[in-house]
Design a protein around this ligand. Structure first.
Ligand SMILES: Cc1ncc(C[n+]2csc(CCOP(=O)(O)OP(=O)(O)O)c2C)c(N)n1
Length: 286
C-alpha cells in the first residue's frame, strides 16, 4: 500500500473516532472503547478491502460485514456515514425513539447494516450462515465477522467457528478484536480465553495476528488470508480499548463512557480539537 493510501485510511479511522466522540458526547454516554479499537480495521475494510456500493446498500454482489460485538454500533454508524450510506446529521439521532440508528445494529433499519446484532455470540452464527449461502450460490464475496475478545466467552462462537473450519468457509474472514477488556474488567480476569491465535489454529483456522492500529499490517494480513485455500481464516487484532486517544486508552472504565464530569468533558473537548486539527493537516495530502 502506498503512503498516500495509508494516510487516507488513517484519516478515515480518525474521522470515525471524531464522529463517534461527538455523537456519544451529544447523547451523554455510550460505547466508546470498543468502537475506537476497531477504527483502523473498519477504515481498511470499508476504505479498501470491501466490495460495496454505499448508494446501493442492498447490492447483491456486495461483501457483507457482521459486527457481532454489536454494542460498537456507534463506530460502525460513523463509518457508514463517512462512506455516504446516509447523511452524517443522522448520527445525532443515535438511540432516540424512532431512530434509524438504534444503539445496536438492526439490518431492517439502517442502510449498510448487513446483520442485526447485540446479543453477543449470535453474529458468529449469522455470519456462518451468510458464508454458507454465498458458497451455495457460488458467489466470490466475503463476509467479515468482527467479534470481541469478551464476546468469545459465549459458547455459541466456538460452535460457529468449528462449523466454519469444518466446511472450510474461507469466504468468512473472522476477526477477533483482542482489546483485552470487556464490559467490567480485563478479559483475562473475567474468564481467561488463553491464546486466541493458538486456539483458533487448534480449531483448524489459518490465523494471523496484527496490531490494531497498523493499517498497512491489517491490509496485508487480509490480503494474505484471501490467498488461503481449503481452510477457514482468522485475524486476531491486537488492539487497545479506546485506541487512538491517549486519555481514553488509559481510562479504566472505557467500555461505555459517561460524559458526566468536568475531567471527562475537558478531555473530550481536547480530544475533539486535536482530532479535528490532525485530520485537517493530513487531509491535504490525500
Ligand atoms: C449475550 C450477551 N450477554 C451480555 C451482554 C452485555 N454486554 C455488552 S458488551 C459486553 C462486553 C463485551 O466485551 P467485548 O466483546 O470484549 O467487547 P469490546 O471490549 O470490544 O467492547 C457485555 C457483557 C450482551 N450484549 N449479550
Amino acid at each position: 500500500m502506498d503512503e498516500q493510501t495509508v494516510t487516507k485510511l488513517s484519516v478515515l479511522a480518525d474521522k470515525v473516532r471524531l464522529d463517534t466522540l461527538q455523537t456519544l458526547k451529544n447523547m451523554g454516554y455510550g460505547h466508546l472503547g470498543g468502537s475506537f479499537s476497531i477504527a483502523e480495521l473498519l477504515a481498511v475494510l470499508y476504505g479498501k478491502q470491501m466490495k460495496i456500493d454505499p448508494k446501493n446498500p442492498k447490492w447483491e454482489e456486495r461483501d457483507r460485514l457482521v459486527l457481532s460485538k454489536g454494542h460498537a454500533g456507534p463506530g460502525l454508524y460513523a463509518m457508514l456515514a463517512e462512506m455516504g450510506y446516509f447523511e452524517k446529521s443522522m448520527l445525532a439521532t443515535l438511540n432516540e425513539g424512532g431512530t434509524n440508528l438504534p444503539s445496536h445494529p438492526d439490518r431492517l433499519k439502517t442502510p449498510g447494516v448487513d446483520a442485526t446484532t447485540g446479543s453477543l455470540g449470535q453474529g458468529t452464527s449469522v455470519a456462518a450462515g451468510i458464508a454458507t449461502g454465498l458458497r451455495l450460490d457460488k458467489k466470490e464475496n466475503y463476509v467479515y465477522l468482527i467479534c470481541g475478545d469478551g464476546e468469545l466467552n459465549e459458547g455459541q462462537c466456538w460452535e460457529a467457528f468449528q462449523y466454519l473450519a469444518h466446511f472450510k468457509l474461507n469466504n468468512c474472514i473472522v476477526i477477533i478484536d483482542d482489546n483485552k477488556k470487556q464490559l467490567d474488567g480485563l478479559t483475562v480476569d473475567i474468564m481467561n480465553p488463553f491464546d486466541f491465535q493458538k486456539k483458533m489454529e487448534a480449531f483448524g483456522f489459518y490465523t494471523l495476528r496484527v496490531k490494531g492500529h497498523d493499517i498497512q499490517g491489517i491490509d496485508e494480513a487480509i490480503n494474505e488470508l484471501k490467498t488461503v485455500e481449503d481452510q477457514a481464516v482468522c485475524l486476531v487484532l491486537d488492539s487497545i480499548k479506546g485506541q487512538g486517544v491517549p486519555y481514553f486508552e488509559v481510562l479504566q472504565d472505557n467500555h461505555s463512557v459517561k460524559f458526566n464530569n468536568d475531567e471527562i468533558n475537558q478531555a473530550t473537548e481536547e480530544a475533539i480539537a486535536l482530532l479535528e486539527k490532525s485530520i485537517k493537516e493530513r487531509e491535504v495530502h490525500v
